[in-house]
Write a protein that binds this ligand. Sequence first.
Ligand SMILES: O=C(O)C(=O)C[C@]1(C(=O)O)C=C[C@@H](O)C=C1
Length: 279
Amino acid sequence: MNIYIIGTGLIGGSMALDIKSIYDDATIFGIDANEKHLEEAINLGIIDQKATENDLINADLVIVAVPVDVALVILPEILNKIGEQTLVFDVGSTKNPICEAIENHPKRRNFMACHPIAGTEFSGPKAAIKGLYEGKTNIICEVEKTTFKLQEKAKDLFKKLGMRIRYMDPKSHDKHIAYVSHLSHISSFMLGKTVIEKEKDEQDIFDMAGSGFESTVRLAKSSPAMWTPIFKQNKKQVIKSLEEYIQNLSNFKKLLEDDNYEEVYNEMQNTNRIKEILK
Ligand SMILES: O=C(O)C(=O)C[C@]1(C(=O)O)C=C[C@@H](O)C=C1
């Protein structure tokens, strides 16, 4: 089985590590614009060999794990180069732009639009970890547009990776993910910025930072190269979620200005419901 991982960073690399133990007949080929990442991926045992897009005709499976702006450009080229039976899926954090980009491609039925809700704040092959996908959700969009045989092949792999599958249309995906993922990243980045800007002597203030600060600012360590194109592609939904969030922040500030501690208490108590939701 010839498996091609395009983008050998955290997401593609972690998938490669698990696939190796799932299919013992798999040869994993890596394609990456970053030569240093390819070398690291080989040295870490993530991929078996380097490859180029011209080799894709030999692929049984192609996993596209590159930043979402790059995916929009290379996916049509990849589909041009694969064979009749090749399955291609992406793992990008936005779904509507990619679905629209290949809507009329002659090989549309070889492609499945996926978003595994898994990751960490780190990136690159060194950040790849085994078992990243175990127990996580994989959102699949427009499943009916993939041939039935290739759907079965993909679902079999996701099951073996330990993933739950949810089906969603690409627009709903992008709308919902703006709140639970994209807004969380912006909130963490801007919290980090606020604190960094507060004191010139950063060490002083960070010496006082406990696990509360650390957990809320964890996402601010994430890669700007990955997140800028995500915010660009999902700009409309992200702005809408930001407006609601800013309104909530302003309301909270107003409650403090008004010494309305009963409502301050209620706001937090209502939000404690998150304990039930994220058990
Ligand atoms: O936990 C993290 O560090 C993540 O950033 C993971 C996370 C998320 O926002 O939940 C980030 C982007 C991916 O599209 C999916 C998952």
